[in-house]
Design a protein around this ligand. Structure first.
Ligand code: WTA
Length: 650
């Protein structure tokens, strides 16, 4: 971390958008940004009402914001349908023949859906959901490959007021089960499989495992994608295409209250099981709409591509909702970036003439490693704007992205935000903000961000502290599903009335925000959040394991790698076979991304005299090979020395 801060402090490269870019952009000068920002903070109701009026409401709100910390209601009394705004509105306004989704499957199959075709598919599927007993406010679990049907399923849920809860296709049956138990979903939407690195992921089998003993799920709707053979349970499982054939392609949508729940998305925290982050309709709609409009500067002739998966918040806000609210044409790709090799993304950019490209630093680092030749053989001149999200981007990766992918002509928007924030919070505006490698620069409209020290004082320039948001914003999470107390304790208890993000950061003299990383026990592996507590409890659930401590270590491509220190039960011998078994066990409990990169079997873990595992020492040990910090509270120093020997041997 400290090395990061040092390199950031000496970062003096700065880039400004070209005059040509600025002239065409929605926000073309810093003066304009500052004026709008000031209004958005001082008169949020005026600012947000103006934005909200650009979309369709069947009943106008009576009050823009009702704030009783930590509970916010936005566009109080307003009624709208977010699906109608994403889809029907474009057809009604004459954009029906415009491509909404240009999709490419991993094996190379292609499909384009216009807004009109999308409307028909969404309406059909809304009818399918209703015919299968799904009602407003029911929870629906979605476990799908990256096909247009993933977005169609989300939009159809929203259309009928059902609350979707997506589980990333890389997560395990156990993870689905936990989320089902928490959300009590009544239906599951899945597929017979999805393509990934040339193979088929058997999604349906995972759903079947997760549903053993379940009492709430009445229906499982299965999309045929791969012709993979699946078991269909009579009375419970139905095929998407068979159900769709039975219903009309029109559906009259009704409007829902602005605070109607839209979705639950589970994310890792520092303790216990993943938290169900709840987002509602009106505010989320306006934030995702405006961030796309101003930060991605979306225009009618853009071809936008976000490489995320709909299983993550980025896929919710910047594949399904935000871009469609703006009526843009977007590319969607099913598979892995390196299938058949690392030029796949550039081939797609060239073929479809992608103009706006949004990806994660971990992908950029993997491309750098794969070599420039794979980039150079493609014509990337259609690109005009680049974005990154998910973790701090190291300056070298930023420069490579800027030069090699953007040809030195495309602004990069480094966007900081979280599952909880629903939409981008810190980011340059591409037509005006001077950009520097490694900083997410300035707050977006309505975002009152600050960095505070432990006493609640605002930090001085370049002093590190905790990132907080001091005012509510439209797309803020409303609660943790079913757990108000955890909601208050996690986000609102550090400083009265303020949201704590859990990230450490500093601001430079010009006010740019530099994110350092998580302050809690949450790892960021390839841009994905993973709680060390979650991995530890998965490890401990293996019969051979007595105790486990998990920490992150710096990793070239993933950002952080998962390292596990494991003590075995009495009488169990450590072996390579056991090591593999333990890793696979974590994969089975959580999913492949959680499998520890390194596992150290040890007699004992370093603990304080009161029995707490000293993770701080383990973190230092895996990063540097030595533990040097304060060890006076340690119960037995030999434990650390033995671990040092183990780590150094590797
Ligand atoms: C990190 C992803 C630095 C941060 C949208 C945050 C970032 C966590 C950036 C949220 C960025 C996200 N620069 N760090 N541009 N974007 N992060 O919920 O630590 O999956 O708290 O949301 O990712 O991860 P989440």
């Amino acid at each position: 971390m400290s090395k990061n801060i040092e390199s950031h402090l000496s970062e003096d490269r700065e880039f400004k958008p070209s005059k040509e870019f600025s002239k065409k952009a929605r926000i073309s000068s810093m003066a304009q940004y500052k004026r709008m920002y000031k209004e958005s903070i001082e008169k949020p109701a005026t600012f947000w009402a103006r934005e909200a009026k650009e979309l369709q409401w069947s009943k106008q709100w009576t009050k823009v914001l009702d704030w009783k910390a930590p509970y916010a209601k936005w566009f109080v009394g307003g009624k709208t349908n977010i699906c109608v705004n994403c889809v029907d509105r474009h057809v009604e306004e004459g954009r029906g023949t415009k491509a909404a989704i240009i999709w490419e499957g991993e094996p190379g199959d292609k499909r384009t859906l216009t807004y009109q075709q999308l409307q028909r598919e969404v309406c059909r599927f809304a009818n399918v959901l209703q015919a299968n007993g799904v009602k407003s406010k029911d929870r629906v679990l979605i476990y799908m490959p990256m096909t247009p049907e993933a977005s169609i399923a989300m939009l159809a849920c929203a259309r009928i007021g059902a609350v979707h809860s997506i589980v990333f296709g890389g997560f395990s049956a156990e993870s689905i089960k936990d989320r089902l138990e928490d959300s009590k979903a009544v239906a599951v939407i899945t597929a017979d499989g999805g393509w990934r690195r040339g193979g088929v992921i058997d999604l349906k089998a995972n759903v079947d495992d997760a549903l053993k003993g379940d009492k709430t799920v009445k229906k499982v709707i299965v999309l045929k994608r791969t012709e993979n053979e699946v078991k269909m349970k009579r009375g419970r499982d139905v095929w998407w295409h068979e159900e769709a054939a039975k219903v009309p392609a029109t559906h009259k949508a009704r409007a829902f209250d602005s605070e109607h729940p839209l979705f639950i998305l589970y994310t890792s925290g520092s303790t216990g099981k993943p938290k169900g982050i709840l987002h509602t309709t009106g505010g989320y709609m306006i934030s995702t709409y405006t961030t796309c409009k101003y930060i991605f500067d979306m225009r009618d002739d853009d071809v936008y591509w976000c490489t995320a998966d709909v299983g993550w918040i980025t896929g919710h806000s910047y594949i399904t909702y935000g871009p469609m609210l703006n009526g843009v044409t977007q590319v969607m790709y099913e598979g892995a970036p390196n299938f058949p090799d690392f030029s796949r993304f550039w081939q797609i950019v060239e073929e479809y003439g992608v103009t706006i490209f949004y990806t994660a630093p971990t992908a950029i680092r993997a491309f750098i490693k794969a070599g420039d030749e794979l980039v150079e053989k493609h014509d990337l001149s259609s690109l005009r704007l680049l974005g990154t999200v998910g973790e701090p981007i190291n300056p070298e990766a930023w420069m490579w992205y800027y030069d090699k992918i953007g040809g030195g002509r495309c602004p990069i928007v480094d966007t900081w935000w979280q599952t909880e924030t629903g939409a981008i919070m810190l980011s340059p505006l591409p037509g005006c903000t001077p950009i520097k490698p490694g900083t997410a620069t300035l707050p977006f409209f309505g975002v009152d961000a600050a960095i505070l020290d432990e006493t609640g004082q605002e930090c001085k320039a370049n002093e590190g502290g905790r990132l907080v948001i001091r005012q509510p914003w439209p797309s803020m999470l409303r609660t943790i599903y079913g757990d108000k107390k955890r909601y208050k304790d996690t986000y609102w208890s550090d400083y009265s009335g303020m949201y704590t993000a859990g990230d450490g950061a500093r601001r430079d003299k010009k006010g740019n925000f530099w994110i350092v990383g998580r302050l809690d026990d949450v790892l960021n592996v390839s841009g994905h959040r993973l709680g060390t507590a979650e991995v530890e409890s998965a490890l401990v659930s293996h019969k051979a394991v007595a105790e486990a401590a998990v920490v992150g270590r710096p990793h070239d491509i993933k950002g952080q790698a998962v390292v596990a220190f494991v003590s075995l039960r009495a009488g169990v011998e450590s072996s390579d076979a056991l090591l593999k078994e333990v890793r696979d066990h974590v994969g089975k409990i959580i999913g492949a991304i959680a499998k520890p990169d390194d596992v150290y079997f040890t007699q004992a873990l370093p603990k304080t005299r009161s029995g707490k595992i000293m993770r701080r020492l383990l973190k230092e040990l895996v990063a540097t090979g030595k533990a040097t910090g304060n060890m006076t509270t340690l119960e037995d120093i030999n434990v650390v020395r033995n671990l040092e020997a183990l780590v150094q041997k590797k």
